[in-house]
Write a protein that binds this ligand. Structure first.
Ligand SMILES: N[C@@H](CC(=O)c1ccccc1NC=O)C(=O)O
Length: 267
């Protein structure tokens, strides 16, 4: 089956170590790995990996893509963050605090270099959430006073609609942990769900592109369609014949499409 072989192929690459690691907190997961493009003025792409916010999926599966992006002239800043599960230190609000701190750390070190933000799947959720941080209430985790200085936000197969994701997943444990338990979880959707934020506050104002494989079985393309339908400034690209994993696999044509989107840093 095409979709299963995509997943196997994407996970078959050996992890690639970074040239440098920047720490943004004391926990072992509070790090950003840097894969430098040759040019010291190269644009920087912050990468937020997926894996449904679960402890068992760390950033290692996205390291071949990070190294590939650096080869293609974009410095990759691959962020780790605390996640949910056995031995996981994440959940509400720590996963969100970490993503905000990681993104702010890279934006600070970037100086005048153009920065784009990328996320895949659950990382796509975190990227769209990041883009809305200036729209969050002042007491919400991750709130910032102004928009992030990003050239664009590129979300691949994002969990853009947590409410419909909650309805769909057979086990709610991870997402309940992500949102802060059964009691507070529903209330925290207003702080954590990109579609809810978009409907309440309007467009983030940051140029946003959504890529989604038409054959995606992990996160259905409707997740991106409903988000794009709620904001006419969002560009949606449905990728025919593609599932959830091909675009992060450097050996695929779908990856080239993604790289081209991330290289586009002109406003
Ligand atoms: N099928 C697996 C893994 C998975 O969906 C996944 C793995 C790595 C990167 C992204 C993934 N999907 C969404 O975050 C799961 O259900 O947890």
């Amino acid at each position: 089956m095409i979709v299963q072989s995509e997943e196997d192929a994407a996970f078959a690459h050996a992890p690639v170590p970074p040239q440098e690691t920047v720490r943004y907190g004391p926990h072992q997961d509070q790090v950003v790995d840097l894969y430098h493009a040759g040019d010291s003025g190269a644009p920087i792409a912050i990468l937020l990996h997926g894996g449904f916010w679960k402890q068992e999926y760390d950033r290692s599966h996205l390291t071949p893509f990070a190294a590939h992006l650096a080869d293609r002239g974009v410095t990759a800043a691959l962020a780790e963050y605390r996640r949910v599960g056995v031995d996981g230190a994440g959940g509400w609000p720590r996963t969100f605090d970490d993503v905000a701190a990681a993104v702010d750390t890279v934006v600070d070190l970037a100086g005048d270099r153009p920065v784009v933000l990328f996320g895949h799947s659950a990382g796509g959720h975190l990227a769209l959430w990041s883009a809305a941080r200036h729209q969050l209430p002042a007491d919400a985790p991750g709130h910032r006073s102004g928009p992030l200085p990003l050239r664009r936000v590129v979300a691949l197969a994002p969990v853009a609609d947590l409410v419909s994701h909650l309805r769909r997943v057979p086990s709610h444990a991870t997402i309940v942990g992500l949102l802060g338990g059964v009691q507070d979880g529903a209330a925290n959707l207003a702080y954590a769900d990109p579609l809810t934020l978009l409907r309440e506050h309007g467009s983030t104002g940051l140029p946003t592109v959504l890529l989604h494989g038409a054959l995606d079985r992990e996160v259905p393309p409707e997740q991106s369609e409903v988000y794009a339908a709620a904001d006419d400034t969002v560009r949606l690209r449905i990728l025919p014949g593609i599932g959830h994993y091909a675009p992060i696999d450097p050996d695929t044509a779908a990856c080239e499409l993604l790289v081209a989107e991330l290289r586009q840093t002109e406003v």
